[in-house]
Design a protein around this ligand. Structure first.
Ligand code: G6P
Ligand code: MN
Length: 445
């Protein structure tokens, strides 16, 4: 089985490869093709993977190319893990927004819109090529903003593209743990859009355990989201929000903290990763060791330096190790081997959330088998969640329209309609500011 990784020179690729190395079963991935625009990054990551594979019998064979069509041809699975504009682009997304007094963050608010505007055209081009060169392949999209990018690709690939995120799994796991429930035994009733969802229930043998958590201030105070949102607010909501909702519910505090931070998260990662790739220019450098050390620092150093902006902090090792690669592998195995499983994924809505149309990509529990990911029937969202979900979906649709037409007016509308952008004037200035720094937005006229 051939797996193609787009963004194959990316820093997280060794996590994916490490997960593949643990898979010994029949029907596993035997060939990995890394694609990246940057040959230097490809060679750095290839060296890390070679060291990971050393001594592992049956390790998937790895090759690398800068030719996209060659990478896609014959792929069974395609992981789309690109970052258009790189981490420098992410740092711009953050800074331009913060300078206007609104949230500057990778995926939420103005920063996420800017990221979406430059990523969608590239993702659409990839989707068209996959449809032509590997029509039977399954595309697993990691690229942020994941819900929006998955929706853009689904217009060309239908249900053959599935978006993934590690945050709902992590949240479900933390809620289960605090309730003393085995996460594997629990059904997590989670619904919304990517980075905009709520755990509304956690069922074990058909019994909802969440009310027990909401009724217990001590339990609420003992896990990450409880500390982040505060017990009172969680009880008022009657649900546990995804940590990204902190940017909505505590927007003013988040913006201030980010404005005060010495470096944004994007700028920190940009500098840190630049050092990694620079060190890898030495052909004798111990690749895996350097990568591993950089990965560990990625969390600890930033958290230590920027307590306020690093979220709730204090995550355990399992959470720090991400989980993207685990979700991706679980999805791939379920599809490739028809091993039925339930995962929270980004898929087309069909009739799952009644306030959205069938084509809207939503993030909900799905039953996965050889025929793909099928959303499980979900209760309607409460009014407050409906409001946010519909507003943000409308913004996403404006981003898709702007990317398709190149209309600057549509881009302004996308920013202006976002609940975290408080003025049309600010939206216009954001478009000015972003087009000035992002070559990838030159298409807006
Ligand atoms: C979580 C989110 C991802 C996001 C990442 C940012 O894992 O689910 O969508 O990209 O955090 O992490 P970073 O280390 O890049 O700030
Ligand atoms: Mn995510």
């Amino acid at each position: 089985m051939k797996l193609t990784i787009l963004g194959g020179g990316g820093f997280r690729v060794p996590l994916v490869y490490g997960a593949l190395l643990t898979d010994r079963a029949e029907g596993r991935v035997t060939r990995v093709v890394l694609h990246d625009l940057d040959a230097g990054r490809l060679s750095a990551v290839t060296r890390v993977l070679a060291e990971q594979a050393a001594g592992v019998p049956g390790a998937p064979e790895v090759s690398a190319t800068t030719d996209l069509d060659e990478a896609l041809t014959g792929a069974d699975f395609v992981f789309c893990a690109i970052r258009v504009g790189g981490l420098e682009g992410r740092a711009h997304d953050e800074r331009v927004a913060l300078a206007e007094g609104v949230l500057g963050q990778e995926t939420v608010g103005a920063g996420g819109i800017a990221y979406g505007l430059r990523t969608v055209p590239v993702a659409v081009d990839i989707a068209r090529r996959v449809a032509r060169l590997a029509p039977d392949a399954w595309v697993i999209n990691f690229t942020n903003p994941a819900g929006l990018v998955t929706e853009a690709m689904s217009r060309h690939l239908g249900d053959r593209v599935v978006g993934i995120c590690d945050s709902p799994v992590g949240l479900g796991r933390r809620v289960a743990r605090v309730l003393g429930v085995d996460p594997r035994e629990a059904f997590v009733d989670y619904a919304g859009l990517n980075h905009l969802g709520w755990v509304r229930g956690l069922r074990v043998d058909g019994r909802d355990e969440l009310p027990r958590l909401l009724a217990d201030p001590e339990l609420l105070g003992s896990f990450e989201e409880g500390r982040l949102f505060g017990a009172d607010w969680l009880r008022s909501l009657g649900a546990i929000p995804n940590e990204y909702l902190h940017y909505y519910y505590f927007n003013r505090e988040a913006v201030r903290a980010y404005q005060r931070a010495e470096k944004t998260r994007g700028a920190f990662l940009r500098d840190q990763q630049a050092r990694f790739y620079a060190r890898m220019e030495d052909p004798d450098a111990p690749a895996l060791e350097i990568w591993d050390r950089t990965r560990a620092e990625r969390e600890t150093t930033y958290m230590a330096e920027n307590r306020e902006t690093a979220g709730a902090g204090e995550r355990d090792e399992e959470d720090l190790s991400g989980g993207y690669e685990k979700v991706a592998l679980a999805l791939m195995r379920a599809v490739a081997r028809d091993e039925r499983t339930t995962l929270i994924l980004n898929v087309r809505n069909r009739a799952t959330l009644s306030v959205l149309d069938a084509e809207a990509v939503v993030e909900v529990p799905c039953l996965v088998d050889a025929n793909g990911a099928h959303p499980v029937a979900a209760d309607p969202l409460p009014g407050h969640a409906t409001g946010l979900v519909c507003a943000v979906k409308a913004v996403e649709r404006e981003v898709l329209a702007a990317a398709e037409s190149g209309s600057r007016a549509a881009a302004v509308k996308a920013f202006a309609l976002h609940p975290l952008v408080d003025s049309v004037t600010v939206a216009r200035r954001l478009v000015e500011g972003y087009t000035a720094v992002h070559p990838g937005l030159a298409y807006l006229r």
